[in-house]
Design a protein around this ligand. Structure first.
Ligand code: CTP
Ligand code: MG
Length: 258
């Protein structure tokens, strides 16, 4: 009889408690709509309903911290959390002007809520309605294994880096280019330390160009970040045409379910 190595099995324990920071404090300037895109309707429900629903259903997720604009906290509480009975939303906190400032407010809320536990934090864009249990679970497992992991997909297009005059400066090898998505997962101390370093840089008046959380760990942390498979359907609704794509993906997913 041959002996096979046991596959790594990740079990949920108090140590692997999972908090999700769900980001919904953006203005959606590229959507050109008066309503922030996370509240635009998709099949009769606000876009933000969809990731909230997946997180509520997920056996992995213990708590959700919803970060939104100061002026939309009560809308989120009444029209989403209370209206649909989302029990896992433990705090709704106002975000900041930049995405990383909103994430930092979410991290402070996680710290306040879960003082006694060391755990995993998953950060997800509220503008990505098609989060699935499979993606959550791949990111969670890789986070336990590597301390930091993000969902991503191989780039379909060849990517060009542009110089200051608008000419191509470099063409990275396409097989090494991935498009970052969310969720992005981290052990709490890893992401908190990186963000505290980032906030110190901000206080010194240094300009910060970070558009995702992995970049904060890459620049300010001490831990390589693992890429795991996201999904081409896990789109971020950013410009008006993305709403049509989102409606088509939803139709397709509903056909799969029923
Ligand atoms: N986000 C946030 N706080 C900010 C900026 C963004 O919580 N200050 C959230 C958005 O609500 C969104 C996610 O981060 O769910 C991804 O950001 P992005 O797609 O850039 O959204 P917006 O910043 O709202 O859009 P735009 O950049 O077009 O203005
Ligand atoms: Mg933005």
């Amino acid at each position: 009889m041959t002996h096979q190595a046991n596959p790594t099995v990740f079990e949920k324990t108090t140590e692997s408690r999972v908090s999700v920071i769900l980001l919904a404090a953006g203005k959606g300037s590229r959507m050109h709509s008066n309503t922030p895109k996370q509240f635009l309707e998709l099949a009769g429900k606000p876009l933000l309903f969809y990731p909230l629903f997946t997180l509520e259903q997920s056996p992995l997720v213990d708590e959700v911290i919803l970060v939104t604009g100061e002026d939309t906290v009560s809308f989120c509480r009444e029209s989403l959390v209370e209206a649909y009975g989302f029990q896992k939303v433990k705090a709704i906190v106002p975000g900041g002007a930049e995405r990383y400032q909103s994430v930092y407010q979410g991290l402070l809320a996680v710290q306040n809520l879960s003082k006694l536990h060391s755990h995993v934090v998953l950060i997800h864009d509220g503008a990505r309605p098609f989060l699935t249990e499979e993606i959550l679970s791949r990111v969670w497992e890789a986070t336990l294994q590597y301390q930091a992991a993000i969902a991503a997909v191989p780039s379909k297009d060849t990517v060009k880096l542009m110089d200051a005059r608008g000419f191509i400066a470099e063409t990275p090898c396409r097989s090494q280019v991935w498009n970052a998505q969310t969720p992005q997962g981290f052990l709490f101390p890893v992401i908190m330390e990186a963000f505290q370093n980032l906030m110190e840089e901000e206080e010194k008046g240094n300009s910060l160009f970070v558009t995702d959380d992995a970049a904060v760990v890459e620049l300010m942390g001490h831990c390589p970040v693992k890429l795991v498979e996201g999904s081409y359907e896990n789109i971020k609704v950013t410009t008006p045409e993305d709403l049509f794509t989102a409606a088509r993906i939803l139709e397709k997913q509903e056909k799969r379910l029923f």
